[in-house]
Design a protein around this ligand. Structure first.
Ligand SMILES: NC(=O)c1ccc[n+]([C@@H]2O[C@H](COP(=O)([O-])OP(=O)(O)OC[C@H]3O[C@@H](n4cnc5c(N)ncnc54)[C@H](OP(=O)(O)O)[C@@H]3O)[C@@H](O)[C@H]2O)c1
Length: 360
């Protein structure tokens, strides 16, 4: 009589059976990819909702998908970028480097705008064109225009047709995909896609590990997630209701941090250290502060008179800052945050001093 093996008795048998099951699943997925029917594949390679996104996510033999390809090798959508500014440049160049075809760089009609579009188009092998002049032929139109222009652009573009089966994205951190309602009503699938990164002229930051906050319609969010992953980013879903608070958080991580640093330069000038020199002198302590924050978090990466409870030193600082009133206010507001959110000795004394300073 055969003994019945339990998996617990024979882990090797258990793993063998699991391998067989996995390879059967892989074979099934290859069969799906090889079929002549266009199919939309999710990350695991399973077919889903084919009608809504055949163009954007077309796969199978017609779109160059080989049976051996994994789902991540589905044809990359062709992308048009509108607005060759800081984000437009960084995005177009990163997408081009990641193997995406950028078909057009769209700009406004002004001479300087067109020159900027042409310069970027040359870098990524695209064509420069005027926004709204011709129908959009790309799978994805990515609006990289200022927040205040997104709705205007969408309404202007919606005057022409041909939007069904196209995805339209914008990258505002604060505004939702509803800014693109005009294009949605013409059949486009729309989403907002915000990389939590700072883009400035002349610098193309790495997008590796960068969170991308995404919300919007089903097809456009799937396209956006896939693109974000190809760029090395980490997409995550955000709700419309949370976008503004999310973006306010983002403001603390870069623009307001820069504002804090230039405020510090003003204070250095009050100590007769020239600003440019101050910037250089601040870098070692700034780098170590960020490293401490990254390794230990706020409470254990925090030093200075407030954590030590040296209230007289804080009072002296406030007196020295009389000559730079804006910096004094910033100091008082940040000291208040430190007292509230960080471990400090003797909270009551410093709290009174800071509250008095904030009232002035
Ligand atoms: N910069 C960042 O760090 C960052 C980070 C994440 C997200 N974003 C988002 O990215 C978007 C763009 O920001 P940005 O910093 O790249 O702005 P930007 O540097 O000012 O660039 C905006 C671009 O849009 C063009 N533009 C303005 N109005 C237009 C219109 N009606 N039609 C076509 N093009 C138009 C401008 O060109 P002309 O003025 O030459 O015509 C310029 O090239 C915003 O939604 C922003 O919230 C920015």
């Amino acid at each position: 009589m055969h003994r019945r093996w339990e998996y617990g008795d024979r882990p090797d048998v258990f793993y063998k059976l699991r391998q067989v099951a996995l390879s059967q699943r892989q074979r099934r997925e290859h069969l799906i990819c090889a079929s002549s029917q266009p199919k939309i594949l999710n990350r695991r390679g399973r077919g889903e909702r084919p009608q809504s996104a055949q163009r954007v996510f077309a796969c199978g033999q017609q779109a160059g998908m080989l049976p051996t390809m994994s789902a991540t090798q589905v044809r990359r959508p062709i992308i048009t970028i509108a607005g060759p500014g800081s984000l437009g440049n960084a995005l177009a160049i990163s997408l081009h480097a990641a193997g995406y075809r950028i078909s057009e760089i769209l700009s406004r009609p002004g001479k300087a705008s067109r020159l900027r579009a042409r310069a970027l188009a040359r870098k990524v092998g695209a064509r420069a064109a005027l926004i709204g002049k011709e129908p959009c032929n790309a799978d994805v139109l990515w609006l990289c225009v200022p927040d205040r222009e997104i709705r205007n652009c969408a309404e202007f573009l919606a005057r022409s047709g041909g939007w069904s089966k196209r995805a339209v994205l914008h990258s505002s951190g604060a505004l939702t995909s509803d800014e693109l309602a005009a294009l949605r009503s013409r059949g486009a699938s729309v989403a907002s896609v915000h990389p939590l990164m700072t883009f400035v002229p002349g610098e193309i930051p790495s997008l590796a590990g960068v969170p991308f906050a995404i919300e919007g319609d089903w097809t456009a969010t799937r396209v956006a997630r896939r693109i974000a992953r190809h760029l090395g980013g980490e997409p995550f879903q955000i709700s419309k209701a949370d976008k503004t608070a999310y973006h306010a958080w983002g403001a603390f991580t870069s623009p307001l941090l820069t504002a804090l640093l230039v405020t510090a330069e003003q204070v250095a000038a009050a100590a007769r250290i020239p600003r440019r020199r101050a910037r250089k002198m601040m870098l070692p302590i700034l780098r170590q502060t960020l490293a401490n924050y990254a390794s230990f978090g706020g409470p254990n990466g925090f030093s200075g008179p407030i954590v030590r409870g040296d209230i007289d030193t804080v009072k002296r600082h406030l007196r020295a800052l009389e000559s730079t009133p804006v910096a004094r206010k910033v100091y008082a507001a940040l000291a208040q945050a430190a007292i509230e959110y960080l471990p400090t000795k003797n909270k009551t004394g410093p709290r009174h001093v800071i509250e008095r300073a904030l009232r002035r």
